[in-house]
Design a protein around this ligand. Sequence first.
Ligand code: ADP
Ligand code: ZN
Length: 741
Amino acid sequence: MGPVARVALLAPVDKDYSYTVPDELAGQVEPGRRVVVPFGRRGRRVPAFCVSVADEQWTSTLRPVAEVLDDQRLLSDSLLELGRWMARYYCCPLGRTLAAMVPAAIRVQSGFRTVRTCRLARTGEEAAKGVRLSAQRRAVIDCLTAHPEGLTIEALLEATGAGRAVVTALAKAGVVEIRTHREPAPAPDFDRPGTEPAFQLNRTQRTAVERIVAMAAERRFRAVLLFGVSGSGKTEVYVHAIRAVLAVGRQAILLVPEIALTTQIVERLTSRFRDVAVIHSGLTGTQRSLTWAAIARGEKRVVIGTRSAIFAPCPDLGLIVVDEEQEGSYKNLQAPRFHTRDVAIKRAQLAGVPVVLGSATPSLETWHNCDRYRHFERISLPARISGLPMPTVEFVDLRMAQGERKGVHLLSERMEQAIRRTLEAGQQAVLLLNRRGYANYLMCSRCRHPVLCPRCQVNMVFHQTTGMAVCHYCQSKMPVPTKCEDSSCGGKLIRWGMGTQRVEEELRVKFPEARIARADSDTMLRSEHYEDMIRALAERRTDILVGTQMVAKGLDFPAVAFVGVVNADTSLAIPDFRASERTFQLITHVAGRAGRAEAGGHVVVQSLAGVSPVLSFAIRHDYEGFARHELGIRRQLGWPPFSRLARVVISHTSRDRARAEANALARGITSFLAEHKLAGQVLGPQAAPLAQLRNCYRYELLIQAADASRLLETLETLRHNKVLKPSGQQVMVDVDPVSLQ
Ligand code: ADP
Ligand code: ZN
């Protein structure tokens, strides 16, 4: 009998292992701490998370834990529980899942600093008689006499003006004693208290806050969809609900999408609280672990951050808020491929707290859940606070518009007029085009053969600034060829398509006086660029901003009176059942940029494909109509939220092998499902939409089940029977994929 620890290796193995706990480590090996254990025949030392310890009968074949890495638990019981759920639900090995939940470089030890304090020795007065006392030595002794509890060396030197050598000499002579101890280092400070707005919450806001606070007080899990257009006062509801939770000594987590981090919302939020921690990708490893430690000690009480902030180790969590819950950037793109919103809901459930999901265009999953589950509810904020009308949205069919003019124009005459009027009124315009670059694509003028990336087989994009053709998937570059690749053709290459750079050029020709800026991943290489762009817009040094979807969100400037969507089809053309939903969201958000202005606002949406139902709902700002329409289609076709999907992608350098493995897997799963009478079906396999990536051929198949618990059951059974291996290099499993690319 003796303590046996079960550990999950950080390596991609789908199993945990047992080790004995040697006497000298007893008490230190506990769940949620990392340990080092010998592994394999050669006893290689590998890191692992301890997940449980129990007294067990063990045989001498068990080896002992070699070392304990952390001097505190990194994961509480409830976070471990959350990790176990994620590992199961997202088909990811437990150790790897737990590792993703704590800052990568964390050693809790690094959250401490060494402090040296000095005080008069007990026999100091006696000893002082035996040494010569210079003025500086005298000053040190006097100062310490006045502070019998002692001072840090730095404070002592500062107070007396003495040099360090003076103190060292006094210590040697036995007059003073110096003690060393370790104390927690402070975490980076994000407290920037700002002024409180003068207004009172309106009635719907107050009701919403009261509802949420009551749930928190009852320690009751519920998911609340806070549904309201941008400017309807959602953020104020978050702030007041969080404050109520802090007032009773608990903590709150507020999640924001990736794109919002450097923008106004984070500044606005941090300025409303004290003891705020902001967790973002710009933190260094040390800052991150210091922040982590300060949250665990309860010193940082509001955590604002992107995906990984959902794992913040708050000792007494009272509320979770997910702003812009529909955002695709909440999905983690590496294993564990979790969806932050769904993990937030699970964490809220485990902690017994409410979770608020805020959105102007909720994901159809969340919208539908409000009708389907008793623990979901919807609170609507009906109108814009200011009473301002929604911007007017106008549609231009580019096919017709093109025919009326000579040359190729990306901006229709309607769009040009609207921009001109905006500039004349001294206001600003924002143009959105979901593609960066210039005349994006290159094609043979004779045989129409496009220039493709040799590794990924997708169109190469031409970049005016570098003169190179770039693959936007694998980033490989090549000089632009001059002739058709097919030597039997040898035709001249032409450029076609539309990109932000091309729009910028057209704008410069048409509006030579305007100050034009461009925001896309070519111009925004660092976060400072983004901040400069925002500042220039805020200070009205920019008249027209053209950019990719990064201009669609988080910008809030009263002088932006016009927004143009250059081509609404680029997001509709993607082969994904969520294409319509994305397009609706994008247009709604970008339209929300216009008409924070007093004059309302104006939006022109151009399309080459005519008015689809999606566009017509977006033009009328009719989310509910859109949701009804789109859910009808989804129900008919059985797509989520009327089912759940897991996407399995098989990659191999040989196309035949990739196809053969995908076929074998699909057959294996299908017959396994039938044999075990498991719910679910296999769609595919087929070549993935991105059929070739980084020299690998990709085949995909979808496993579809009626609901989450059935999908989980199916995947677990497949996993335990080794029909499906956990995510690794060759096989990628993505549960609830947000993108089918
Ligand atoms: P959302 O988060 O839904 O976009 P906000 O909370 O940012 O909305 O509110 C929009 C604007 O209205 C902000 O400038 C905010 O300060 C202001 N505001 C919010 N609530 C009120 C209120 N009750 N009375 C007056 N102004 C308000
Ligand atoms: Zn490529």
